[in-house]
Write a protein that binds this ligand. Structure first.
Ligand code: 5GP
Ligand code: MG
Length: 181
């Protein structure tokens, strides 16, 4: 078996671009949340790399947790979002920042936001390092966005293909022959 990087056909977002985006988002997030003791909630698994980079450049009091959700349902029906790992504590009155790797159809972050608001959060905002605006199926925009990318399947910086490639330090597109099913 070769290295993950050998399967990459093109680097779409470099490590430097990712670093710059994290810094810019961190400045925006600091402006919004410094002094509010927010609960920063990463959406597993994909958000783990971005979360680790983001929270380490935030210099104010905050808490970190993770949730996991999987969507099913297809075609024209809106997918149902199942919470496969929930928060360990109640969040009533808390300021929540939901962090995901990539905003695609919008179902995941819009449903999770609604859920956390329904549990009595003081506020819920959303953040993603990558955004594919052309893929949206529900009207939804994140409050803090890194970079917009075209409608291409990408891996790396937390994002997987068949559970692999999450550890690539950049965002890339795989060689097309790897997708043969
Ligand atoms: P949505 O916004 O469609 O509800 O969910 C977005 C999620 O779908 C992302 O967090 C990510 O896990 C997955 N996803 C969307 N586009 C891609 C992609 O290009 N590559 C990978 N690996 N995952 C994607
Ligand atoms: Mg995800």
């Amino acid at each position: 078996m070769g290295s993950p990087s050998e399967d990459v056909a093109e680097i779409l977002v470099s490590e430097e671009q990712l670093r710059d985006s994290v810094q810019r988002i961190a400045a925006e997030v600091t402006e919004e949340y410094a002094g509010k003791s927010p609960l920063i909630v990463g959406v597993l698994v994909g958000a783990f790399v971005f979360m680790a980079d983001l929270v380490r450049v935030l210099d104010f009091e905050l808490e970190v947790q993770f949730m996991a959700a999987s969507s099913y349902g297809e075609g024209t029906e809106a997918g149902v979002l199942e919470i496969t790992r929930d928060l360990p504590e109640e969040i009533a009155g808390r300021h929540i920042l939901l962090v995901d790797d990539l905003l695609d159809t919008g179902h995941t972050l819009s449903r999770l936001s609604e859920l956390l608001m329904a549990r009595g959060a003081a506020s819920v905002k959303t953040c993603c390092i990558l955004d594919k605006p052309s893929r949206r199926e529900v009207p939804f925009e994140a409050d803090f966005v890194g970079l917009e990318i075209p409608d291409q399947f990408v891996v790396g910086y937390g994002l997987d293909y068949a559970h692999s490639y999450r550890n690539l330090p950049y965002v890339g597109v795989l060689r097309s022959e790897l997708y043969t099913s």
